[in-house]
Write a protein that binds this ligand. Structure first.
Ligand SMILES: [Zn+2]
Length: 379
């Protein structure tokens, strides 16, 4: 069962739902269409694309995405309420996520209800969705704090009522990868239904927890581009896909070479520019400065790069600064068309290092050329 799951892991990207739900983020319809089309072209299998119950504008934007005729399955987010599911049907989607609070904390302190009430809501909402031939993911909100046997019961209830999968949500981002693995495995061992993991980054572990969920047997995994999402965000699409590929040897066969393009698109649309050091897609994550590393990369990139930057659409940069060594500097100067002898190189290296110390950054091309020029004029 595990090997079957590993081969068929499906990304359910929720940039257009949980991503846009981030406080202060609003996408225009044009941006939504562009993001959805790019995700689809890259090969993402499923897009969670909105909450039709929010109103007519959201319904129109979901309808516009349906009209794009993408290969990816479009799925909407719904409370376990018939009116919500009707709004989704009216928006033209054929798949719904039906979300229920499943932890006793949420059931008692948020809703003032009981586990029986949750069971009943599930039966009614799921029954209605299946009557309309919808594909259904039952979403367990706050599943990470729920009683595991109650989760098993709800997942089993979902399966017997025709649900297609059960979503385990670490809504508050409070788990670590080991606990995530144990909890998802507990479900996978007891319920014959596809599982999905939805993780948040409040403790910086969204990607690690998503990977742990897949390793425990989840077949579906929620992501957002750049990790955009409520509070500290969700598991980042680009991180999950590259981690599955390189750390877990599960290649989803996506067109990852467009990850940087997609990342910049979402960065701009969300008004949240991508930090230069952002894992996988940050502009500078393949920059090398230290003498040892630059020398190693020049000899063989695999010495200090876990994967080829071109795999995600980035380029390698060798920068010249405080930590540079002779080999890296010589390489950079050759690129700029400057030949140097050994003694010149030694003097230049000292000057480069002291300038970088003063500037508190690497030297630009113009600054490097100026230092060379000054040195030769003095000589
Ligand atoms: Zn979420």
């Amino acid at each position: 069962m595990e090997s079957k799951n590993r081969k068929s892991v499906v990304i359910d990207d929720t940039t257009l739902r949980d991503g846009e739900q981030t406080a202060g983020v609003v996408f225009s319809l044009e941006e939504k269409k562009q993001i959805a089309s790019t995700l689809d072209e890259i090969g993402v299998g499923e897009l969670e694309c909105g909450i039709p119950a929010m109103g007519s504008e959201e319904q129109a934007s979901v309808r516009a995405l349906v009209d794009l005729g993408l290969n990816a399955r479009l799925i909407t987010w719904n409370r376990a309420v018939i009116a919500d599911i009707e709004a989704s049907i009216n928006s033209g989607v054929q798949a719904v996520d039906i979300s229920l609070s499943v932890s006793d904390i949420h059931i008692e302190k948020k809703l003032g209800k009981s586990r029986d009430w949750v069971r009943e809501q599930l039966k009614v909402a799921l029954g209605f969705a299946k009557q309309h031939d919808l594909y259904v993911s039952v979403g367990g909100e706050d599943a990470s704090r729920a009683d595991l046997d109650f989760l098993v019961e709800l997942a089993e209830l979902s399966r017997s009522a025709g649900a297609d999968r059960f979503r385990f949500c670490d809504t508050l981002g409070i788990l670590d990868p080991f606990t995530t693995y144990d909890k998802v495995k507990y479900l996978a061992d007891r319920v014959d239904l596809d599982l999905e993991v939805h993780t948040h980054n409040d403790l910086g572990m969204a990607t690690a927890n998503a990977i742990a969920g897949v390793r425990a047997g989840a077949r579906f995994v929620n992501t957002t581009v750049n990790g955009l999402g409520e509070r500290a965000g969700n598991a980042a699409l680009e991180e999950v896909v590259m981690a599955l590929k390189h750390a877990c040897k599960i290649d989803l066969q996506l067109d990852t070479g467009r990850f940087v393009e997609l990342s910049r698109l979402v960065g701009q649309a969300s008004c949240r520019p991508v930090p230069e050091w952002k894992a996988v897609v940050g502009e500078k994550v393949f920059s090398h400065e230290s003498g040892l590393h630059a020398d190693g990369v020049l000899k063989f990139p695999g010495n200090y790069e876990g994967f080829d930057p071109a795999e995600v659409g980035l380029s390698r940069h060798l920068v010249v600064g405080k930590h540079s060594g002779g080999h890296g500097l010589e390489h950079r100067l050759t690129q700029l068309g400057i030949e140097t002898n050994r003694s010149e190189l030694e003097v230049l290296l000292k000057k480069v290092r002291s300038f970088a110390q003063i500037l508190k950054r690497p030297l630009s091309e113009a600054e490097l050329l100026q230092i060379c020029l000054d040195l030769r004029n003095v000589a």
